[in-house]
Design a protein around this ligand. Structure first.
Ligand code: ATP
Length: 922
């Protein structure tokens, strides 16, 4: 029995490039029929999966240690150090200082654990998402084309290569039709290089051999077949594969804005702390007490929990989008999505189901209706005689295959669905396709591309060679000189040409996608484009229905309501494009669209194109090529729009890259398009784009919510301290440990929960946010100042009310006074309760909490439950009382604090009511 492992090794060494294609196939235990399924399974077990294992960049320990180099961590570590020195130098040493130093260090460690956890989670999310992006390969097994995941490829597999495919393993080409590959990823060479099936001398270096293709590269154009010679780590790419973790490099503008803001606040906190230290010291306060006071101010202001909360909000957004079939490859896309102003979408498969059914066949001046729907070859072609030849030619000029029902699946198409529809129509006309394929076997092909909009196959029949051509009607008609009718072939004169175009427009006007079919005799199987695609005889037209996806109408309406412009940019014919645009609501009833074709675009300069986009809201782009799509995207961007664009073909990649949000199709897209895009739609549907935009907007809003939440309590922490300084109160109204307990204990979970808020009602009824609007807008600052001021009044009031109740002068207060303990507890609990109500207030900028519902975010309620439990523990548990210098609160105290804390919500409800009334008036 053939030892495959040896054969593979031998083939590698003896350079498969040097032997003829069939010998290489035989040496790998394969043939033109590919491997047997059972053999492939056996080889998979023997060789392992065709995957590369990611090398982790740095050890987990190193990355954990890295958390302590963060600015906050360093400030806190220094603070702990100074506190510890104060303890050692104290005479006698104050145990309070030791506790404080330990508490600060505990906070640093806790923060590092949270930060590390977040980073790890973000990385895993990115990896998991990458794994969900489908990587498939088409192979021939048991003589049949099948689709497998790229990881299942084994040496000896015969893979089918088409433009836009990623090459998933190292292979020797055994069949090539104008095949070019892009080796950029491997060799750095940017222009595509030709590939051939011919043997190449063994002396040619492997990487230069023109009959080898490599894992990690892509097919630039043409088509072919190749036999796998090496998989996984055995490939050339596997050898040089050292993947660095990509997530770390992905710093979004949002993160940058938050980091800058956090740093500014930290600097301000530091400056204020130093200033207060100097003021109080010069006023005669004791050194250590003054230091602890200043430290309190600093930690009160520094937003410790912020970075972790931000990562979680983004990761939650990414996961939610994945659940709605939109995979985000870069976190930055989450925020950009929310400000999308234009979506350029193609038609087939995105707005429509791409489940095509031929409904009409036109030949010799007569239309023949076709019954039935879907891919089941059940139905009839009316009076099929005159169109049988047309359908035979069309069906043989197809790569797709019909797959009979199996399990719960009905009839399916493997490959292009347009072709699937033609195969079904041929079967409905009574043709036996297998017999036809045997009678006229394929001898060559000129694959479809969206620039020519044609596909040609060469067949031999009864000793003669024929080119069978199908493609876009106008493009094909331009290459025809004759037309076939019931009397035979005749010259295609002007009248006949007009007849064809009228029939085409009638079908297209009723939303049918039309394909023309033609033939000619050629000199031999090697006929090129010039010969095979000119001087053709037109057989007729096939019109197929590609129904709009039912969910798209609502999604387009949602986009319009959200101020997002939807523009169709399709390769299909203008009338078909218009009819579909009308059906899905891109064009309103009665609007007269401005249809711009690719040819017209070629004549339009960039400046005119920009003007046109501004002046014609109802523009539809039809019969465009991928490079036109790129121009449309660029023109929109030049107008300052944030553009999302869909694409599936290999040559859509530049447009996908140029757009702010490149959207690739997970089902039908090519690997190259998926590589270039930042978002991959698992279901190919336009509706998923609309859903992702909505989630993008809500992620941004949620981030604003917890920023307001976290920053507003800073005022509640800071103002009482400033008031104490102003009125000459000698102690802090809130200690540093208490502030840390709030910032990192009771406030982190509610902030995280705010990051998981569901989209607010009406979020898609507002215009897109301007991308220029900074995250920390004047409005955001006003909002947290407002909420923070109410909080500051409440906390200062609660603290000094309790101090006042002792009936002794401020200046006479000492640290050991039991009333001071109670007052400290009041201020901490005051902040916790204010924050409880503050969270409800920030859940919407404009809507009342009664509209949103107190219980609509259960995470928030649970998080606040924990926060209150922490506060209760600090108030009632003796060890914590010692650490925090607190005292048990009475029921009356709680009642009072709840009443005061709720003022935050009451005040904000009043503000919202005033705002809404003002908005209603304008
Ligand atoms: N397999 C095929 N063989 C021959 N011609 C085809 C084939 N597929 C499409 N065409 C023709 O080429 C035209 C352009 O196809 P292309 O894939 O660029 O765009 P599309 O599928 O029509 O629309 P969209 O750009 O919205 O996805 C089609 O309208 C059709 O007339």
């Amino acid at each position: 029995m053939l030892n495959v492992a040896d054969a593979v090794a031998e083939t590698r060494d003896s350079a498969p490039q040097a032997s003829p294609a069939d010998e290489t196939l035989a040496a790998l235990g394969s043939s033109a029929r590919g491997l047997a399924g059972s053999e492939a399974t056996r080889r998979l077990a023997a060789h392992g999966r065709n995957e590369l294992v990611h090398a982790r960049q740095a050890s987990l320990l190193r990355r954990f240690a890295g958390q302590f180099t963060d600015l906050f961590a360093v400030v806190l570590i220094v603070a702990a150090g100074i506190t510890f020195v104060a303890y050692v130098l104290g005479n006698p040493p104050d145990p309070g200082n030791l506790e404080l130093a330990v508490a600060i260090l505990a906070v640093v460690v806790l923060n590092a654990v949270i930060g590390f956890g977040q980073e790890y989670m973000a990385e895993r999310t990115a990896e998991a998402l990458q794994a969900m992006v489908p990587h498939r390969a088409r192979v021939i097994r048991d003589g049949e084309r099948v689709e497998v995941t790229a990881a299942e490829l084994v040496p000896g597999d015969l893979v089918v290569l088409d433009a836009g495919d990623a090459v998933s393993a190292d292979c020797r080409v055994v069949e090539a039709h104008e095949l070019t590959v892009n080796n950029m990823a491997l060799t750095g060479e940017s222009s595509p290089v030709w590939r051939t099936a011919d043997a190449v001398p063994a002396e040619v270096p492997r990487l230069e051999a023109r009959n080898l293709v490599w894992m990690g590269t892509t097919v630039a154009a043409g088509a072919g077949k190749a036999v796998v010679t090496a998989t996984g780590p055995g490939t050339e790419f596997g050898r040089i594969f050292r993947l660095t973790s990509q997530t770390a490099a992905d710093v979004s503008p949002l993160r940058r804005q938050v980091a800058i803001m956090a740093r500014r606040v930290a600097t301000a906190a530091f400056a204020l702390g130093v200033l207060l230290f100097a003021v109080r010291l010069s006023a005669g306060s004791e050194l250590v007490a003054t230091f602890v006071f200043a430290l309190g101010v600093m930690v009160a202001l520094v937003p410790e929990g912020l970075p972790a909360t931000l990562s979680v909000a983004l990761a939650v957004g990414v996961r939610r989008m994945a659940r709605r079939h939109a995979l985000i490859k870069k976190l930055v896309a989450v925020e950009t999505l929310g400000s999308t102003t234009v979506v350029c979408t193609d038609k087939t498969g995105t707005l429509t189901t791409a489940e095509m059914t031929v409904q009409q066949v036109w030949a010799a001046g007569h239309a023949h209706q076709v019954t039935g729907a879907g891919y089941a070859p059940e139905g009839e072609v009316a009076d099929p005689g005159p169109v049988r030849e047309l359908l035979r030619v069309a069906a043989l000029c197809c790569d797709a295959r019909l797959v009979p029902p199996s399990g719960r699946q009905g009839w399916r198409v493997l490959g292009d669905t347009t072709e699937g529809a033609l195969l079904v129509a041929a079967a409905k006309a009574g043709l036996d396709l297998d017999a036809e394929r045997r009678a006229a076997p394929r001898a060559g092909e000129l694959p479809f591309d969206s620039v020519r909009k044609l596909m040609t196959t060469i067949h031999t029949r009864d000793g003669r060679t024929w080119a069978y051509v199908k493609g876009a009607p106008q493009e094909l008609l331009a290459r025809c000189t004759r037309i076939r009718d019931e009397h035979g072939d005749r010259t295609l004169d002007e009248a006949a040409r007009r007849g064809v175009l009228t029939a085409n427009d009638e079908m297209a006007g009723s939303a049918l996608r039309v394909l023309a079919v033609a033939v000619r005799e050629v000199s031999g199987p090697g006929a090129g484009h010039d010969e095979a695609e000119n001087g053709l005889t037109l057989l007729g037209l096939a019109g197929m229905l590609d129904p709009p996806r039912p969910e798209v109408v609502a999604a387009v309406a949602a986009c319009h309501e959200a101020g997002i412009r939807v523009v169709m940019v399709t390769g299909d014919y203008a009338l078909t494009a218009e009819a579909i645009a009308r059906r899905v609501g891109i064009l309103g009833p009665g609007t007269v669209p401005r249809t711009v074709t690719g040819a017209e675009l070629d004549r339009t300069g960039d400046a005119d194109l920009r003007t046109l986009l501004g002046e014609c809201p109802d523009v539809v782009f039809a019969r465009v090529k991928p490079e036109h799509k790129m121009r449309v995207v660029a023109a929109f961007k030049d107008r300052g729009e944030i553009v999302a664009v869909t694409g599936d073909g290999a040559n859509d990649a530049p447009a996908l890259k140029r757009a702010d949000i490149g959207v690739a199709m997970g089902e039908s897209g090519t690997d190259v398009a998926r590589e270039a895009a930042v978002m991959v739609l698992l279901d190919d549907s336009f509706a998923s784009i609309a859903a992702a935009v909505e989630l993008g907007r809500s992620v941004y809003q949620n981030i604003r919510k917890f920023l307001i939440y976290l920053f507003s309590h800073n005022l509640g922490e800071l103002v009482p301290i400033l008031v104490a300084t102003a009125v000459g109160f000698p102690l802090v109204p809130l200690s540093a440990v208490q502030v840390l307990a709030i910032d990192l204990g009771s406030d982190v979970l509610p902030a995280l929960a705010l990051g998981t808020e569901p989209p607010e009602p009406g979020i898609m009824r507002r215009p897109p946010r301007s991308p220029k609007q900074p995250l920390f807008s004047a409005e955001l600052v006003r909002r947290f100042l407002f909420l923070g001021c109410v909080q500051a009044v409440v906390v200062t009031g609660a603290f000094f009310w309790r101090i006042h109740s002792a009936g002794i002068p401020f200046a006479a207060f000492t640290y050991d006074n039991p009333v001071y303990r109670e007052a400290l507890t009041m201020s901490q609990a005051g902040i916790v309760l204010c924050q409880f109500f503050n969270g409800f207030a920030v859940r919407s900028d404009r809507l009342s909490i009664f509209r949103i519902g107190f219980r609509s975010n259960p995470h928030y309620l649970a998080a606040q439950g924990v926060a209150l439990a922490i506060m209760a523990a600090i108030s009632y548990l003796p060890p914590l009382q010692d650490l925090f210098h607190t005292a048990p609160l009475s029921l009356t105290d709680w009642g009072l604090l709840i009443a005061l804390g709720s003022l935050v919500l009451v005040a904000d409800e009043i503000r919202k009511a005033v705002l809404r009334r003002k908005e209603a008036r304008t």
